[in-house]
Design a protein around this ligand. Structure first.
Ligand code: NDP
Length: 253
């Protein structure tokens, strides 16, 4: 049986790019996201390459959905599940704590921290049984630094950074690698979600410099996933050349 990879948040951006790139390497895919039509469209497209794709409509904020989806996988697929990409995540809103919208905070905490934990809680025992695995946690430069208005989003990504370190300690005796990925600005649907559908504002984030594209991040993950068995890349920060820190971006406009 082909090796399997489980990717959360596969309907857009980094997750979708990972699906396409791992399919090219011959991995069978297990894809989680909430937008089912997009999942099915991607499945149809990738299956034309002769790759098996399982899509599951899962909201990672809801533990019962995660549990049901993971336990629905047949035993032989669990036995060949060797990579997990904990990618599903979002920023919602940007502004000071004093004016913070509680629902926005809950969505970020429930998706970026609790969702990643729920998926890991159900997938890690499978990898432990296999005594093999590689987990990629998609953090952010916002998990290394904080910036004005980024408070809760930055806190959730700092939590992901901490969880990557903690999981590495917890799982070292099980031959399971943990790689933390911390991208800078990537042009995806991220800013459209952050600014609640304001496409003009979202577009302005990426104006005047060459942002990363989701494929750049996926390529980096593929590189890390294809290192020899004895070697792990613990933590990778990947930035556009024009970005020096969370807040310093050299723009031509
Ligand atoms: P996109 O908005 O393009 O993609 C986000 C993906 O996450 C979508 O497939 C979405 O699918 C999925 N998702 C969101 N919430 C849930 C949920 N509750 N359950 C299941 N899936 C969910 O953004 P990116 O590709 O840029 O973001 C991917 C990751 O990268 C995120 O964790 C983000 O924080 C991180 N990141 C992004 C950066 C950027 O500049 N773009 C920089 C650094 C890190 P659906 O809506 O169908 O559920």
């Amino acid at each position: 049986m082909a090796p399997h990879i489980l990717i959360t948040g596969a309907t857009s951006g980094i997750g979708e790019a990972c699906a396409r790139q791992f399919a090219k390497l011959g991995y069978s895919l297990i894809l989680f996201a909430r937008r089912e039509e997009r999942l099915l469209r991607l499945k149809e497209e990738i299956e034309k390459m002769g790759i098996t794709v399982i899509t599951l409509k899962v909201d990672v904020q809801i533990e019962s959905q995660v549990s049901k989806a993971v336990s629905s996988l047949p035993v032989e697929i669990k036995q060949s599940l060797i990579i997990l990409i904990n990618n599903a995540g979002l920023a919602v809103g940007k502004g000071p704590i004093s004016g913070g919208i509680i629902d926005d905070w809950e969505r970020m905490i429930d998706t970026n921290i609790k969702g990643l934990l729920y998926v890991s809680r159900h997938v890690v025992p499978i990898m432990q049984a296999n005594q093999k695995g590689h987990i990629f946690n998609i953090s952010s430069i916002a998990g290394k630094e904080v910036y004005a208005g980024g408070n809760v989003y930055c806190a959730t990504k700092h939590a992901v950074d901490a969880l990557s370190k903690a999981m590495r300690i917890d799982l070292v005796q099980d031959n399971i690698k943990v790689t933390n990925i911390a991208p800078g600005a990537v042009e995806s649907e991220f800013s459209i979600v952050r600014f609640k559908g304001d496409e003009e504002l979202a577009k302005s984030v990426y104006e005047g410099f060459d942002a990363l594209n989701p494929g750049d991040v996926a390529e980096t993950i593929v590189f890390a996933a294809t290192r020899p068995a004895h070697m792990n890349l613990n933590d990778i920060t990947i930035m556009p050349t024009a970005q020096a820190s969370a807040t310093v971006i050299h723009k031509s406009i």
